[in-house]
Structure formats: C-alpha cells, structure tokens
Design a binder for this molecule. Structure first.
Ligand code: AKG
Length: 339
C-alpha cells in the first residue's frame, strides 16, 4: 500500500457547518456514512435478535420464529404476539443500562474515522473521549417507551459537567422520518445552561415540563435523517422523540463524545479486581469526576498518544467490568413530577 494511502483522513465539517452547529445547537449531516457502512452493525444486531428468539423458542416460550420477516419487522411481529418475549429480546440488545450492546460492529461505528472527523471539528480537539453513555434504540411501532419527552442530555449527567461540551451523535440505522418517530429539536437555546427537569416523565425518562421549556427564537425542528446521516447535538440542546406510527422498527444508536480535557473516568476501574488494585483506589477517589460515573469512558482518538487509544478488547473489558460493578447512576438532581 502506498504510504500516502494510510494518511488519508475523512473530511472534517466545513466552517459553515461548524458555525451552524454552535449557533443552532444541532446539525444534520445526511451523508456522514455510506448507508452500507451501517450494514455490518445491523447484521450483528440481527444475529442477536435471532439467537435470543431461538433460545426462547427452544424453551417453549416463543411459538413462531418469524424468520421470514426482515430485520426491521421481525421483532415487531414477535412483540405483537407476546409483549413479554419482545421485551426480553429488546432488553438483551439494550443491556442493563440501555448501553449493553458491545459487539465489535458497534465499536467500529463508535471509532469510525468518518464520524470522528466530524466530532473533531465540533469539539475543536484531536484528543477525544467516547463518553460512557451510548445507547441502542429499537423503537418499535406504538410502544410507550419509544416516546422520549423533552430533555437535555446533561439532565442525566452530573451537574459539574453542564459547562463542558459533549456531542451527541444520533445515528439512525433506517431512514428516520416523522412517521417512524424521528426527534424534534429546539434550536438556539443551548447556551442558557440547564433547564429544570423532573423525574417520572413518560416511561420514567426525565422531562422538561412545557412550562419549563425555554422560549426558542425559532420553532422546534423535525430532525428527519436518512440512513447514513447523523444528527449532531450539544448536551444542552433540548430534544424529544415522537411516536413511531410506521410498520417497522426505527433502529438508531446515540453516541457521545467529549474533549479529553473534560471530566471523565477513562483509565479508572470501579470495583475490586486483582489486576487493577491501584486503579481501584484511584477510582474511589475520582468517582465523582466523570459526567456519568456508572459507565465507562474510553480514549477513542489520540494524535498525541495513539498507543493509548482503546482497543476492542479493552472496550469490552471495561464495559463488562462497569456493568458488573453495578454502580448507582448519578445522584438524582431533579424532583419528581407531581401526579
Ligand atoms: O432516539 C430517540 O428517540 C431519542 C434519543 C434521545 O433522546 C437522545 O439521544 O438523548
């Protein structure tokens, strides 16, 4: 391979795109990926659905496998026939916290050079932490917990992180449309800090009640986005997502990144582990530093010390280690909605 071929970096964002993001609080780029770049992840998730369905079938819980249906419809049918089976398969994909899926194809998307080039433009930093909170969302038609109320991502994080920029990259694995429940975003209100949230919103999500939503100088926008595209938002950009009234699953993943100098738990290990005794005491001292201490942050890109970038094996090890440590989620900042 000619030497120069190894040095080609994917295109960053343009100055106009970056300025738009910082002004509006969001940016939709329709062609970050080639849609086919997402096929291996879809296939790996499909294998997980299939394996879990077969396990339930073998145990006598699932009557029909519905192998004849494609990946975007099979789980819909299984869920319609038995909510319990559908939930078991969804929880298997989502994991304890919602970020359980750590297949290699997920890691490849988190570390994808096309995505990191754009994130680097928005963060203005070459040293990038993949923030612990990433989520896989199988948004089935007409199920309650697919509808996410208005919130800022910072509402879920520790207060001291409100002032640091984190980028949410919302990556649809199908074309996201109004019909299948894409997001709504409130632009130009991301520079006024955190708005009051309450616990106990739909499906137990946090919610910014209507009376606490800021008056935006612009209307909420409908963030439709084709497969291959990415919706970028700040951690203080209010957004929500609407019902899926289509006949298929609106698969998506949301990934988060921050500059390496901002608070994170990269390199710290939370629980007793013979391999990491020293690090464990570090963790005890530093547990409150991370924006979301219950899950593992990773050094995903470093131009200064590329040898310290997380490998897939480390990613799995940290992910599983944190999941087994079963740490409480960040201390609750918000009061409950009065019913
Ligand atoms: O995927 C959705 O429907 C909602 C996503 C969301 O609220 C988020 O990424 O914070």
């Amino acid at each position: 391979m000619p030497k120069s071929a190894t040095l080609v970096r994917p295109a960053p964002l343009t100055e106009e795109q970056t300025a738009f993001f910082h002004r509006e609080g969001y940016l939709i780029v329709p062609d970050v990926f080639d849609p086919e770049d997402l096929t291996p992840l879809r296939r790996q998730m499909e294998e997980q659905v299939d394996a879990k369905a077969r396990e339930l079938h073998a145990a006598g819980a699932l009557v029909q496998l519905h192998e004849e249906l494609d990946f975007d419809r099979r789980l819909v049918k299984i869920y319609q026939e038995s909510k319990e089976n559908g939930e078991i398969i969804m929880r298997h994909l989502e994991g304890r916290s919602g970020g359980g899926f750590h297949g290699e194809e997920m890691f490849k998307i988190i570390k994808h050079p096309k995505l990191l080039a754009k994130v680097e433009s928005l963060l203005g930093s070459e040293e990038i932490i993949a923030a612990s909170v990433f989520r896989l969302r199988p948004k089935l038609p007409n199920i309650g917990r697919g509808v996410v109320p208005w919130h800022q991502d910072s509402g879920y994080m520790q207060e001291h992180c409100d002032r640091h920029l984190a980028i949410t990259c919302w990556v649809p694995l199908v074309d996201a449309t109004v019909e299948n429940g894409c997001m709504q975003i409130l632009p130009r209100v991301q520079n006024q800090g955190i708005y009051r949230h309450h616990t106990g919103g739909n499906a137990n999500f946090l919610v910014i009640l209507d009376q606490n939503l800021p008056k935006s100088p612009a209307e909420a926008i409908t963030a439709a986005c084709p497969r291959g595209g990415v919706v970028f938002m700040t951690n203080l950009t209010p957004h929500c997502s609407t019902p899926n009234s289509s006949d298929h699953i609106r698969w998506s993943v949301d990934l988060r990144y921050q500059a390496a100098g901002t608070p994170n738990n990269h390199g710290l290990w939370p629980a007793k582990d013979d391999d990491h005794d020293d690090d464990e005491s570090d963790y005890a001292k530093n547990v409150n530093i991370a924006c979301y201490p219950a899950e593992a942050d990773f050094l995903i890109q470093s131009r200064k010390n590329p040898e310290f970038e997380v490998t897939y094996a480390d990613f799995v090890k940290r992910r599983v280690h944190f999941e087994n440590a079963n740490l409480p989620f960040p201390p609750q900042r918000w009061q409950a909605v009065l019913k």
